[in-house]
Write a protein that binds this ligand. Sequence first.
Ligand SMILES: [Zn+2]
Length: 67
Amino acid sequence: MPETTHPPQDSDSAPRVIGWCAWHKDAAEDVRIIQVDEQGSGSGGVRRACPPCIDTHNLVPFADRPL
Ligand SMILES: [Zn+2]
């Protein structure tokens, strides 16, 4: 009998996002934008963090923040 059990993940349609975590300073999966430093010119600053760092540092993702 083949194993047909799947892990309970609801991310079938959501591609994994690999990005740079500015907190532990390495690439990580599912990074979220935490801070957007608005600057008139230049590259500006967008800082992303991975879920473990969000948890550790009690960060609030930019998109989840009340205006
Ligand atoms: Zn991290």
